[in-house]
Design a protein around this ligand. Sequence first.
Ligand code: IPE
Ligand code: IPE
Ligand code: MG
Length: 247
Amino acid sequence: MNSKSSSSSHTLEPSNIPSHIAIIMDGNGRWAKKRLLHRVKGHEKGSETVRAIVRSCREIGIPHLTLYAFSTENWQRPKTEVAALMTLLKKFLKSEQQELTENNIRLNTIGQIERLPADVQETLSQVMSATQKNDGMQLNLALSYGGRAEIVKMVKDIAKKVNSGKIGLDVITPEFISEHLYTSQLPDPDLLIRTGGDMRVSNFLLWQIAYTEIYVTNTLWPDFEKEEFIKILIDFQQRERRFGKIR
Ligand code: IPE
Ligand code: IPE
Ligand code: MG
């Protein structure tokens, strides 16, 4: 799926670990369908992959991990699937709180958190405040997240400041825009991984991925394992990032 295949002779280079990895965790439904199971079973298995990949990132020393868990468009799925995803999210948060604390991981969210069910919001703020002093790694869950909605919100926030006379147009720079996004405290992702084989970004981090390296794997999210994750990181380390310049 990628222009350069990773060579098994390489190992992970500790001096070139990405600062921020973003993942589009796709393929839960297809994983379940292949096994004649309900889609929700795929989401359940997928949540186990989340646990394993968060653990791997912590071990490897990746400072920021952003996981696309629920998009603004995903609200259009059947009510029963949306409800099951919300229940699963709450269960996941409750079961992970201790592990996040023990591993010095801080939980953060990006997206329209106000649209989530009240009980999920409550659990989220509880885990976020319990982990807010942790500085070993930051786990960002993208929930009811959409890149376009994020940009609309940013434009409105900036327009308000302009309207009220607080700022002039000259202060609007790319950096200023970045500071008005959900990801204001995060570096742009170095690497975007999508499981499930579809070569699209599905409204994820539209502004932030301007120079992100992209890797699409056919592996369905519930089947995604540490071994493949490491191979992708090694592949990333072999790429030449030019940022529009020449070498
Ligand atoms: C990704 O898996 C999880 C969410 C979008 C919540 P999907 O549910 O999209 O799985 P597929 O793409 O149908 O296989
Ligand atoms: C992207 O997957 C969203 C998440 C992984 C949360 P989708 O399954 O919703 O995306 P499309 O429909 O394939 O573009
Ligand atoms: Mg999908």
